[in-house]
Ligand binder design. Structure first.
Ligand code: 13P
Length: 341
């Protein structure tokens, strides 16, 4: 597989002020969100919901790539178009989550390591043959009393780098996602320090494993105070801290930083991304973009609630969030975009 093809895909995923849509919730996570809305937790309900997303008219004008789950890539629309093809038909590049989830890290209570390296080479080959062009692997880092441990950061960074190298071997662009969670009472400064340390460790491993920086994307958390921290911060302070942290730790050769939303409200995720682009676009070497799950989907899922009659309204809500985030990539999102008529 040519290096140039990898670089082209990575650049296409951050081109034209578009961003990524994460719709790769595992079955347990998707079912949990369905249960909160009284939606049946079945394969067909998940299929219907993913069809709603993918067939949203105009989505491809704002979304460059969609991250799917293994179950979804083996399903089809009601018209029997396989979902991978339906995504391509929408003008969107299809990708897939390939990790096997975060599991308890031995000897380190409260911390997790993401599994899934065993047999990964074979699975990636199959995904590439199915037409998928990129992949995602998420590691989870908790901030707490004495946490994260070096063991947790290093084990996850090592796995992320091994996964990324395996992806590039078969021509899939790896999305490298080390997520420092928002839960906790920690300050913005503490999140900054932990995120910086995690990123340094991840890129050290990425270099050790020979991953091509130009052919990958980083999917990080924003630098935020913990959800239970008494001192919350302005949109501008978050944007400033996030970009300063990344200028220290993310190599300039990486084409894009595509943020996860991590439980932020849809509006805050748009506002903070917009502030980063408004204030720093000309300073940073990489595109500052989005790869949101909940911040793109949740308003649409709430409206849909499993009812066929709500599909159109849900699609409008999804498209609206995608448009808000495309505006945020230009630094042009404002709260007035949220005014409902
Ligand atoms: P959220 O934006 O909901 O955090 O999801 C992004 C994602 O892909 C998590 O792995």
């Amino acid at each position: 597989m040519s290096t140039q093809a990898l670089i082209n895909t990575a650049n296409a995923l951050v081109a034209d002020d578009k961003g990524l849509l994460a719709m790769d919730e595992s079955n347990p996570t998707c079912n949990k969100r369905f249960a909160q809305l009284g939606i049946p937790q079945t394969a067909d309900a998940r299929r219907a919901y993913r069809e709603l997303i993918i067939t949203t008219p105009g989505l491809g004008a704002c979304i460059s790539g969609a991250i799917l789950y293994d179950e979804t890539i083996r399903q089809a629309t009601r018209e029997e178009i396989p979902f991978v093809q339906a995504v391509i038909d929408a003008g969107i590049i299809p990708g897939v989550k390939v990790d096997a989830g975060a599991k308890e890290l031995a000897g380190h209570p409260g911390e997790k390591v993401t599994e899934g390296l065993d047999g990964l080479r074979g699975r990636l080959k199959e995904y590439a043959q199915m037409g998928l062009r990129f992949a995602k692997w998420r590691a989870v880092i908790v901030i707490g009393d004495g946490l994260p441990s070096r063991a947790c950061i290093e084990a996850n960074a090592h796995a992320l780098a091994r996964y990324a190298a395996l992806c590039q071997e078969v021509g899939l662009v790896p999305i490298v996602e080390p997520e420092v969670l928002m839960d906790g009472e920690h300050t913005l400064a503490r999140c900054f320090a932990v995120t910086e340390q995690v990123l340094h460790t991840v890129f050290d491993q990425i270099n050790t494993q020979g991953v091509i920086l130009e052919g990958m994307l980083l999917k990080p958390n924003m630098v935020l105070p913990g959800l239970s921290c008494s001192q919350q911060e302005t949109v501008e302070a978050v944007a400033d801290a996030t970009v300063r942290c990344f200028l220290r730790a993310v190599p300039a050769a990486v084409p894009g930083v595509v943020f996860l939303s991590g439980g932020q409200s849809a509006e805050l995720a748009s506002a903070r991304l917009s502030a980063m682009n408004a204030g720093f676009k000309s300073h940073g070497p990489w595109a500052l973009s989005f790869s949101y799950g909940r911040a793109l989907q949740q308003p649409a899922m709430d409206i849909w609630s499993g009812q066929a009659a709500n599909v159109k309204a849900a699609q409008q809500a999804l498209l609206h969030r995608a448009q808000c985030n495309r505006a945020a990539r230009r630094g042009e999102y404002s709260a007035t975009m949220e005014v409902k008529d």
